[in-house]
Design a protein around this ligand. Sequence first.
Ligand SMILES: [Zn+2]
Length: 181
Amino acid sequence: MKCNQKHKLMRISFIFLIVLLFVRGYPAEENTEEETVIEDFFICRTCGNDVSVANLAFDKYTPLALSATNHSFTETRSVLIQEVQNPLGIRFHIFLVKQASCAKVHPWTIKSTWFPGYAWKVCVCPKCHTLLGWMFEPVESATAEQSFPSEAGFYAIIFQNIITEGFVNSLLMKEKALRDN
Ligand SMILES: [Zn+2]
């Protein structure tokens, strides 16, 4: 019970941060009455921790993509999935979000970046330390003080390492329906 309450509190804080991100850049008077509808949550496939929300997904092509397809996370949200390869020959399918929850890690690097002009560092789950993807920041602002991407940066998330809450719920509903019948 105590654990559930803590999780609920963490989620409320997370939603609050996301809402703050949305209202920035708009005149305050237009937003005081508005509610942001979260389209879906991206959660860590390993531990279920919140990673980001579907509303924050956006498309930006990397010239180094081996392939690119579109994937519909929700009825209204189709996202560009790009296949990239690291110098070790390991391939990943990634999509981009403007904001995500990652643990604080080592400095930025520009070596073998998939997005020219951007430095990167890994994004690991703050709870279970699974690799979730990478953070990107323009080279000029990728300083030691800038621990996480600024508004000019973004996050590349590994498609296979997250799952949407909508999908998890649909599985639970199916499970329940099977038990009830
Ligand atoms: Zn995790």
